[in-house]
Ligand binder design. Structure first.
Ligand SMILES: Cc1cc2nc3c(=O)[nH]c(=O)nc-3n(C[C@H](O)[C@H](O)[C@H](O)COP(=O)(O)OP(=O)(O)OC[C@H]3O[C@@H](n4cnc5c(N)ncnc54)[C@H](O)[C@@H]3O)c2cc1C
Length: 441
């Protein structure tokens, strides 16, 4: 239940809730709707934006929701659907509220162990400062694209350089004029969304470029961009340099064979290359997975800090909104378990991948509770995997599972691995080291 307390001597309002959800995107809202529907639990969702819904709020296209594939929802309709579900179930939804840190900082001792004191976070909003104490905190803060500065692209620093998120906000919220000719860097599904946003804003897309040998979407999506919007795709090509003072005037492209060309354009959109929004997790002393840079969770979405859970794109970067929402729904049961029995993560076994695989999530297994709520793991590969390759799961030289990839796999697209083998990871094999997933051709 939510409990309001008087203003503290420091001028901070003090509040207490059972579960605090940070982030009102599809993952956080779906979780709140199921938790609140369970009854008897005070659930509060906070989001720093002025409206709930997360990224879909900015996506006007109809690609959301799977209940009726013939009638997909637009992003704003999907955002509204989950915000409504959370509020109707009885969750408290507060927007314009940013969680800035943890009142007590990271835990003093090792994060793993029995539940300790209630968790407390610092919050700021137009109403002032607050300290919210909760019995469980669920981080659902999403992911963002690495900006140009983090991609170390040489050249000048002109206006007209965006990520897809910045492009969406510019077009959809501020209605600020874009340029006239744009280059899109990347050829995954979000890159094609960027093409659509630009075309709808009346901007000509001169080309898409990818360093990979192929686009990473369905042939229908790629053909649509080429035929309907006339956008050529340059593969095996990277951005060498940005040109222009004041406004972007062109981009130097470098081909794999060493040749260079200059494309005249006043707008460039860097797409993909996601990084989980993990700042709050990091400040809270939650262990991050080295490969995903998101919190290292087990199959019950538990981090290694007792009472702190993580769901959605925060775990690994972008997946469809339905995946994030489903994780939110499935995390409700472990959170409720934590509230009743204070179940804390025990010694956990890391799950790692070998090249060319990039990452896997969940990346920890609790042998005492090897459930994987989603029924399987999500992975990504760095380079294409041929049809009939196999994913091989092993520990200390013993093969635990083998899964054939009949169609192979493509970088930047979801790859799934069954969790049927997790019960074979035994607690008593404490010294057997991590579980490893590799590829056999
Ligand atoms: C251009 C684009 C097109 C897309 N198209 C589709 C599509 O057609 N179909 C589809 O299924 N998916 C699509 N997606 C993916 C989908 O939007 C995401 O998978 C989904 O939004 C992830 O949900 P989430 O709840 O994990 O995170 P988000 O939606 O990112 O929500 C995270 C929320 O946390 C809040 N937050 C972060 N830190 C704090 C803090 N410290 N304090 C308070 N609040 C905080 C943020 O404000 C945000 O609202 C698209 C994504 C993009 C970028």
């Amino acid at each position: 239940m939510t409990r309001e307390q008087p203003v503290s001597p420091t001028g901070r309002r003090e509040r207490a809730v059972d579960v605090l959800v940070v982030g009102a995107g599809p993952a956080g809202l779906a979780l709140a709707s199921r938790l609140a529907a369970a009854g008897g639990v005070g659930v509060e969702v906070v989001d720093r934006e002025d409206e709930p819904g997360g990224v879909p709020r900015y996506c006007l296209h109809a690609g959301f929701g799977t209940r009726d594939p013939r009638r997909p929802m637009t992003g704003p309709a999907y955002a509204l659907h989950w915000a409504d579900a959370a509020v109707r179930a009885g969750a408290t939804l507060r927007t314009g509220v940013t969680v800035t840190g943890w009142s007590d900082g990271p835990p003093k001792g090792p994060p793993t162990g029995p539940p300790t004191d209630p968790l407390a976070v610092d919050v700021t909003s137009p109403a002032g400062l607050e300290r919210i104490t909760a019995r469980a905190v669920v981080l659902a803060t999403g992911a963002r694209e690495r900006p140009r500065s983090a991609r170390l692209v040489p050249g000048t620093r002109p206006a007209g350089v965006f990520t897809t998120g910045e492009l969406q906000r510019t077009v959809r919220l501020r209605h600020r004029a874009l340029g006239r000719r744009a280059l899109v860097v990347g050829a995954e599904s979000v890159s094609y969304s960027a093409v659509r946003i630009l075309r709808e804003a009346g901007v000509e897309v001169v080309a898409m470029v990818t360093e990979l040998p192929h686009h990473q979407v369905s042939p229908v999506t790629a053909l649509d961009a080429r035929l309907r919007h006339g956008v050529p795709l340059l593969v095996g090509t990277r951005v060498g340099e940005l040109l222009g003072r004041g406004r972007l005037s062109g981009v130097v492209l470098r081909r794999a064979d060493g040749r260079s060309t200059t494309v005249a354009c006043d707008t460039v959109v860097f797409t993909g290359d996601w990084i989980p929004d993990h700042e709050l997790a990091r400040l809270g002393g939650v262990t991050l997975d080295r490969a995903t840079r998101g919190p290292a969770v087990d199959g019950s979405f538990r981090t290694d800090r007792a009472g702190v859970f993580a769901v959605g794109n925060l775990l690994r970067g972008i997946e469809p909104a339905g995946t994030a929402a489903r994780e939110g729904l499935l995390a409700a049961a472990p959170v409720l378990r934590h509230l009743t029995d204070g179940a804390a993560p025990a010694a956990r076994v890391p799950v790692q991948v070998e090249a060319p695989l990039r990452w896997i999530t969940p990346s920890r297994l609790d042998p005492a509770d090897p459930r994987v709520a989603t029924g399987g793991f999500i992975l990504r590969t760095e380079s294409g995997l041929a049809p009939w390759s196999s994913l091989v799961v092993s520990r200390a030289g013993t093969e635990l599972h083998r899964q054939r990839l009949v169609l192979g796999a493509t970088p930047n697209r979801t790859l799934r691995l069954s969790a049927a083998w997790t019960t074979r990871v035994r607690a008593e094999d404490r010294d057997a080291g991590p579980v490893t997933v590799s590829v056999e051709h």
